[in-house]
Design a protein around this ligand. Structure first.
Ligand code: OFO
Length: 172
């Protein structure tokens, strides 16, 4: 049975992951409006991943005898200055999510909840990849500047991304 402070932190994090999905959907819509369908695809796939991340925590709460609870999901910013601005905000957001995950990992460790600590290490590792991906895209976009042909080649590259369920057959 999971203890209340840790259950609350995990519940809050379900909300944070769904907020990430909302955020990336608004960014995807913005990229679509700007005519960058590939970048819109990448962000849409990212939103689907965030939903899966949140749902996996929901499942862990159930598996550990807690009842997941739900709060309003904050509305994200819907307008951006440029595609580069979008990805700078993706990077800042992922760094923030890393801090949230680290707090949960510390709490689980300090409460000797090894099951949750083991569970949350997947997210710790995932954040390394999330930050690295966002960082790489910010660099590419900064280098591309206003060069439309470079921007469209980034767009084509990101259009190839496909959703892969990170937790196949483990969640209800
Ligand atoms: Fe859930 O990985 Fe991004 O936030």
């Amino acid at each position: 049975m999971i203890k209340d402070p840790l259950a609350k932190a995990l519940n809050d994090h379900v909300n944070a992951e769904y907020y990430s999905a909302y955020l990336y959907l608004t960014m995807s819509a913005y990229a679509n409006r700007c005519g960058y369908k590939g970048i819109a695809n990448w962000l849409f796939v990212q939103a689907r991943e965030e939903m899966a991340h949140g749902t996996h925590i929901y499942q862990h709460l159930l598996d550990r005898g807690a009842t997941p609870s739900f709060a309003d999901v904050k509305a994200p910013q819907a307008s951006y200055g440029s595609i580069k601005d979008v990805f700078e905000k993706v990077l800042a957001h992922e760094r923030h999510v890393t801090e949230l995950i680290n707090r949960i990992a510390s709490l689980a460790f300090n409460e000797n909840d090894h099951a949750t600590y083991n569970f949350i290490t997947w997210y710790v590792n995932e954040q390394v990849e999330e930050e690295a991906n966002a960082d790489e895209l910010v660099t590419k976009l900064r280098n591309a500047g206003d060069n439309q042909s470079l921007l469209y080649s980034i767009d084509a590259e990101l259009g190839a991304r496909q959703f892969v369920d990170p937790f196949p057959q483990t969640d209800a």
